[in-house]
Design a protein around this ligand. Structure first.
Ligand code: PNS
Length: 177
């Protein structure tokens, strides 16, 4: 076990600027930060595992102490396998706390040597989530400045350019006379 190695696990479906903010913060504290991308077929991700990893690799290449890897199964087993002692997680609002506390304590139960360290992203990303990004994009809203350019481009390729004119809530239906 090495306390200088931290794992930052997640689904990253897709990567947001909030995730990148946390990666930058984590990389400045830990000697090595391993971004663990969960293979989560049951969550039916929008982006495949390799697409999520590709985007992360591209966006983290400037950090020499950050690497990206896919993982399967229990996070606690993966951390043990990687000889990492720390799990890094981001907390945005107090609403994240309950779920994160539950996971941190469960991971500690599975491996008492494993510590979870929480960090806060910049306030400007505190309302950001991958789920909201997908929803906003699908409904024709702008995600500019919330995700890296490469993610925006991949969203266009995957989802297409939604037409915000369709199903306008205020569009009037002309009645036949
Ligand atoms: O980005 P997410 O979806 O919030 O990340 C959740 C993640 C990947 C950290 C969590 O689902 C996880 O650790 N999954 C691996 C399986 C596991 O260990 N489950 C028990 C957690 S206590």
């Amino acid at each position: 076990m090495d306390h200088r190695v931290a794992i930052y696990p997640g689904s990253f479906d897709p990567l947001t600027n909030g995730h990148l903010d946390l990666i930058e913060r984590g990389s400045s504290i830990f000697e090595h930060l391993l971004v663990g991308v969960l293979r989560n077929p049951e969550k039916d991700p929008l982006f495949s595992l390799s697409e999520r990893c590709e985007m992360l690799v591209e966006m983290t290449s400037r950090y020499k102490n950050v690497s990206v890897e896919a993982f399967d199964g229990l996070l606690a087993d993966y951390a043990r396998h990687k000889k990492a002692r720390v799990i890094l997680r981001g907390i945005r609002a107090i609403s994240d706390y309950e779920y994160e506390l539950q996971m941190a304590l469960m991971n500690r139960k599975l491996d008492p040597k494993l510590e979870t360290v929480f960090m806060m992203p910049a306030e400007k990303y505190s309302y950001l989530s991958s789920r909201l990004i997908k929803e906003i994009f699908r409904l024709g809203g702008s995600v500019r400045g919330l995700v890296p350019k490469i993610v925006e481009q991949r969203l266009h390729e995957k989802v297409g350019q939604p037409n915000p004119q369709i199903a306008q809530p205020n569009s009037r239906v002309r009645k036949k006379k």
